[in-house]
Design a protein around this ligand. Sequence first.
Ligand SMILES: *[C@@H]1O[C@H](CO)[C@@H](O)[C@H](O)[C@H]1NC(C)=O
Length: 238
Amino acid sequence: MSCSRIASFVYLLTLASLLQTAFGLFHNCSDTGSFSAGGPYEANLNQLIEFLSSQTPPSGFGRRAIGQNPNRVFGLALCRGDVSSEDCKTCVVRAGNEIRKQCPYKKGAITWYDDCLVKYSNIGFFGQIDNQNKFNVWNPNKASEAFSRQSEGFLSLLANEASANPTSFYASGEILVHRSMKIYGMTQCTRDLSISDCKKCLDGLIDEFPKCCNQLEGARVFSGSCNFRYENFPFVKA
Ligand SMILES: *[C@@H]1O[C@H](CO)[C@@H](O)[C@H](O)[C@H]1NC(C)=O
C-alpha cells in the first residue's frame, strides 16, 4: 500500500469510529405512547435528561423519576465501568440529545453508545430486568471451540464478580488461555437492580453464549439492564 492509501485508510477508520461515537451502537423507540410538543411531558423529559447529564458522570450511574402522573417520566443513564467522568458526561449529553431526535415525541426510548446507555419511559421500570431491549455486536473472526468454552466460563466468573459489588456492578479482567493468548472481558449491570437480579440478568445473557457467540473471537451483548463483552485483545480503557 502506498503512503497516501495508508493515510486514507487510517482516515476512514477514524471517520468510522467518529461516526460510531456520534450515532451510537443501537437504539429502540418504545411504543408506550407519544407526547405533544411543548407539553408537560416534554418539559419533564428535558429536566430528566439534564439531571442525568449532571448526576451520572461522578459515579457512572444516575436515575430519577420526574413529574406527576400522567406526565411522569422515569429515566436512567449508565456509563461503561472504565470511562472517565468527562467521557461519561460527553456520552450522556450526546445520547440524550440524539435519542430524542431518533425517537421524536416518543414517551419511551433506549440508546446505547460505546461509552453509555440512556433509557427513559412513562412506565416505571426501575428494579426490573429489561430483557426486551437487546442487541449484539460481533467480532466476526473465527475462534476455536476451546477459546469459546473458556470465554464463556470467564464471563461467568466476571458475572459473579460484578453482581457481588453493587456500588459499581462492574467487573473486568483478563485470563491467559494458551501460551500468549488471552481473553479480555467485562460485565456490567444497571444499578437499579438488586444483587440477585444483576446476577440473573448477566447469567441470562451468558446462557445464550452458544447461540450468540460460539466460535467468535469477540462479542458484545447488551440488554437494557446488563451487558458483557469479551475479546482476544485489550479494550478496557482504564
Ligand atoms: C424494541 O422495543 C420493543 C418494545 O418497545 C420490543 O418488543 C423489541 O424487542 C425491542 N427490540 C430490540 C431489538 O431490542
